[in-house]
Write a protein that binds this ligand. Structure first.
Ligand SMILES: [Zn+2]
Length: 390
């Protein structure tokens, strides 16, 4: 008890000291460690349409209905099961409800699901005969769980900082279009990779904290700060990848020149003829494959359309779809030959080639450039802006 009183007194003294201290740097230091500043909550979809799920919790766990009318807690680490009851109800532990049920780990504790540890509140949202799982996590904390899965945590600090600003901007831009959906972002490539914040790498924490609240804006507005693995020498306009997208200067393409060190800069892949023919058949083109040709490409050599021809005729498809079906690293195809047993592809880069080239960001940081220079190169014309100024 004495210890608790002493702690309380120290906490009050600390708060008085912080309030009295007028210097901005001291204020920021206080915010970075305790995070009293209100942060946007991001709702991340962890799993959809579940019939059941099992969690492990590392310690004290609160379980309650959204309106908190029913609640209980489990004090010790252990496992917890949840299941859909049908009729729009869900059960977690001993609690049953037609409302979402919230699992909230105590500060410093986590909930593990599918091998990933989460520190935020997990909502189990019933719908008909299933339930969905969504984590509610503060934006800045969420980024701790994005960065290491979108870029290696061992990369230089300035590359990680550029990634933090790009990922933060992408998140907030995505949230503008959430509408009435029960979540904001997917936890995979449909939005950004995210694997929870149960494990936080110090290098990642530093990159996020040092750029706290900074986003990229163009003409005073957020935009989709796309990024990809390797551009193969130059990035491309967003319209080359998504013809329906709005062409803006920061996504119009840029020269890179810092990504040659990566194994993804030059690649070679083969796809069996059988696989190529079954793909053609899926387009309604049965029979023997006659040719696969690039129908159109951008000025930097990225294919936008591919024509597949069989005995039955031909079809031209967007390269993005073709690439996914064939598992190709990118559409920057430099050589394509139809051989007896397979199709040989040679190419450059990985990913869609729009926005920031991550290998390039790594190369620039190793060359002594800072995150502002990196962002300026890959998002030309965009300004680094505090969120609160937008
Ligand atoms: Zn590049």
């Amino acid at each position: 008890m004495k210890k608790q009183i002493l702690f309380l007194l120290l906490a009050i003294a600390g708060a008085v000291l912080m309030a009295a201290c007028a210097s901005p740097s001291a204020r920021q230091a206080g915010q970075a460690s305790a995070q009293p500043q209100k942060d946007t909550t991001v709702r991340v979809l962890l799993a959809e349409k579940q019939k059941s799920a099992t969690f492990k919790h590392s310690g004290l766990l609160y379980i309650y209905t959204r309106d908190r009318s029913k609640k209980y807690k489990i004090s010790r680490a252990g496992a917890l099961s949840a299941r859909a009851l049908g009729g729009g109800k869900v059960q977690a532990g001993t609690l049953q409800s037609a409302q979402p049920i919230v699992l909230e780990p105590a500060p410093g504790k986590t909930i593990t699901f599918n091998g990933n540890a989460y520190a935020g509140k997990i909502y189990l949202i019933p719908q008909g005969s299933v339930f969905h799982m969504v984590e509610y996590v503060p934006l800045e904390t969420y980024l701790y769980g994005v960065l290491p899965y979108e870029m290696s945590y061992t990369w230089p600090a300035e590359a990680l900082k550029a990634q933090a600003v790009a990922a933060r901007t992408f998140t907030l831009k995505s949230m503008e279009t959430t509408g009435k959906r029960y979540f904001d972002l997917y936890n995979d490539v449909r939005s950004q990779m995210y694997k929870g914040t149960g494990k936080v790498y110090p290098s990642v924490k530093t990159a996020v904290d040092k750029t706290r609240g900074q986003v990229l804006a163009y003409e005073g507005k957020l935009f989709y700060t796309y990024y990809h693995g390797n551009c193969g020498g130059a990035t491309d306009s967003v319209t080359s990848w998504n013809p329906g997208a709005k062409a803006i200067k920061p996504l119009s393409g840029a020269k890179c020149g810092y990504d040659k060190h990566s194994k993804n800069y030059n690649w070679q892949q083969t796809v069996s003829r059988q696989k190529a023919e079954s793909y053609a058949a899926s387009l309604g083109l049965k029979g023997k494959l006659k040719s696969i040709k690039i129908a159109r490409k951008t000025g930097t050599g990225r294919a936008t359309n591919i024509t597949v021809r069989t005995q039955k005729g031909s079809k031209t498809v967007p390269c993005g779809n073709f690439r996914m079906a064939f598992g190709l690293k990118s559409c920057k195809i430099t050589k394509l030959s139809l051989r007896k047993k397979d199709v040989l592809f040679k190419g450059r880069g990985s990913g869609h080639g729009v926005g920031m080239c991550q290998d390039g960001a790594n190369g620039m940081a190793k060359d002594g450039k800072d995150y502002k220079q990196i962002l300026k190169r890959y998002y030309p014309g965009a300004k680094i802006t505090p969120i609160k100024d937008l």
